[in-house]
Design a protein around this ligand. Structure first.
Ligand SMILES: NC(=O)c1ccc[n+]([C@@H]2O[C@H](COP(=O)([O-])OP(=O)(O)OC[C@H]3O[C@@H](n4cnc5c(N)ncnc54)[C@H](OP(=O)(O)O)[C@@H]3O)[C@@H](O)[C@H]2O)c1
Length: 331
């Protein structure tokens, strides 16, 4: 028997968005399990924040084969919470996973060949105790495998019943446009590209990815919306010397730490005028564009999660606010 009973009012204040013109709907904020739910994490703490998220209307959980620390570890942790508590709610949940980054030893533990993707999904399903995932992602573009093979493998995974929808992650605009053609030919339910996007990181805007997705009625799932915590109040007073970030955020330090801290404080002034924290404004900013179906946050503490959800109460920006934000970032 299950001891957990989900909050009956969980959808009363939930913000739900549609991915392009598909049938897939996502919570405006999804829950990411990248690096706080691995081998060193405590089950009780993980269970608490995951269930709190679900009670607050966050019904999408974002995983990958390699999330940990420890390959497969976050899927195992999530699987334990699923088996213990969430299984009765399977029909409501959008559970997503990915394959392509450092999964197992040897040539097939990386990238997006047919063998890699088709082997990976089985391990993910087994660890999480699932019959299917809602979105299965190719975690990254494979420079050595033709895109048609990757698209075909993803299509076969859906046809085998192991995933409902297909996603791609970290594919640029050109790669997205090309793989979309193959998916169209096969009628594959391709819905989203998950990419790094936040107020400080505009790479996908400059590359044209947002327009490509919009033109094809597909959506963006934005990861790293708080730039791994840079866009919170954590660093307003300065940063430690040995701070480490994901490769996709390295460029933010190109003018040095002090210049970044100055920008964060200027952004924080705009947030304060909106009665938001810097983190809340950063999440809200991503959601002011309809092409963004969901932002995946990596908050692993209940108080961070609850404070972040407050962002959803005000996702509108004046033209003046948007201009000021852009000039701080680009200045
Ligand atoms: N597709 C990909 O290649 C890819 C790559 C990276 C990430 N992702 C996905 O995106 C998710 C989020 O990535 P991310 O971890 O970089 O996200 P993020 O939300 O930008 O950053 C998470 C960090 O911010 C902190 N934080 C969150 N809310 C806060 C608040 N209100 N105040 C202070 N600190 C706060 C968290 O601390 P606490 O943990 O202490 O709460 C954590 O250290 C991942 O879990 C994963 O699902 C995907």
């Amino acid at each position: 028997m299950y001891s957990y009973r989900a909050n009956e009012n969980r959808y009363d204040n939930a913000f739900v968005r549609r991915a392009g013109d598909s049938g897939l709907e996502l919570p405006a904020v999804s829950f990411g399990l990248w690096h706080s739910f691995g081998d060193t994490a405590n089950f009780g703490d993980s269970e608490k924040v995951i269930l709190k998220a679900f009670d607050e209307g966050i019904f999408s959980f974002d995983l990958a084969y390699n999330y940990g620390p420890g390959s497969g570890a976050a899927e195992r942790m999530f699987g334990n919470v699923y088996r213990e508590d969430l299984k009765p709610y399977r029909d409501e949940l959008v559970i997503t996973t990915k394959a392509g980054f450092n999964m197992w030893l040897g040539p097939y533990g990386n990238f997006s060949s047919r063998k890699t993707l088709i082997n990976a999904i089985d391990g993910s399903l087994e660890r999480m105790g699932l019959d299917y995932v809602d979105i299965f992602y190719s975690h990254r573009f494979d420079p050595n495998t033709n895109l048609e093979e990757t698209a075909d493998a993803l299509n076969d995974i859906v046809r085998s019943g192991k995933a409902l929808y297909v996603g791609i992650s970290n594919y640029d605009s050109k790669q997205t446009a090309e793989i979309t053609k193959y998916f169209k030919e096969m009628h594959t339910p391709f819905v989203v590209n998950q990419a790094s996007y936040n107020m400080l990181n505009r790479t996908i805007e400059d590359d044209g990815l947002l327009d490509t997705l919009r033109d094809n009625n597909k959506a963006l799932v934005a990861y790293g919306p708080l730039a791994e915590g840079l866009l919170t109040d954590k660093y307003l007073g300065g940063m430690e010397d040995d701070i480490k970030v994901h490769w996709s955020n390295d460029f933010m330090f190109k003018n040095g730490k002090d210049a970044l801290v100055k920008k964060l404080n200027e952004l924080n002034d705009i947030a304060a005028n909106r009665n938001q924290s810097l983190a809340q404004m950063s999440l809200a900013w991503l959601l002011h564009d309809d092409v963004v179906a969901s932002v995946v946050t990596g908050a692993s503490k209940v108080d961070h999660l609850m404070s972040n959800l407050e962002a959803l109460k005000n996702t509108k920006f004046t033209a003046d606010e948007l201009t000021k934000i852009d000039s701080i970032i680009k200045g």
